[in-house]
Ligand binder design. Sequence first.
Ligand SMILES: [Zn+2]
Length: 249
Amino acid sequence: MRLSNRCYAVTGLGYSPPWCVNAGFVVGEQLTLVVDAGGNTLAAQSIHGYASAARPANQLRVVNTEKHFDHIGGNGFFREQGIDVWGHAAIARSAAEFEAEIAEFNAAIPDPVRRARGEAHAFFHGTHLANPNRQIHEDSTFDLGNCLAEILLTPGHTAANLSVWVPEDGVLYTGDLVVREYLPNLGSGAPADWQLWLASLDRIEALHPSVLVPGHGPVARGAEIPTALDAVRKVLQESIAGRPLSDMI
Ligand SMILES: [Zn+2]
């Protein structure tokens, strides 16, 4: 969907049910920046098609918001097209980890015949693991041609999380720093990480985005944004405290 003059979201890309993952792209006058690659080659082909059609003469560049496979599984397709993939220096997934993810999906298939057939591989048809070939170590700015995209390190969900901010359009892509409708995934961290996550939420709230593309769930606009951030904050605060917290403080 088109979010602004230059910014688009590609929502609802499939992953392990009930999870859908989002991607997006920002179209400058020379470069189109793709934000996340989807979970597999089929998703990457859809993202690539939309991003290429928006301004066909542009070069493409990909940036990953984190290291989980739902955001980087499509990297291999983009690399096969000769497209650079940027990501946090801490993104370094192994082939064994990727195989384990596929095996976990397959083990969750209820039908024993389908499970024995290894149908999880259908989801990853033609998908090859590729880590970013360009590393990001600090906050950075990409000049897309008459359009700046700021890459902001926003750790917490994982140490490798980053967000993409397009200040002129007021559009922010957060990856899994923010999810809507879903519960935030705390499986990659501990309370010290969740404190960082809270600080990252404060940081992006101070930008006052008008549109926010979460890692999962519907795009948030206007007054939906502080509500979405507060929902994530509440889960983090309760997890840090180890107990439910009353709304009446
Ligand atoms: Zn995710």
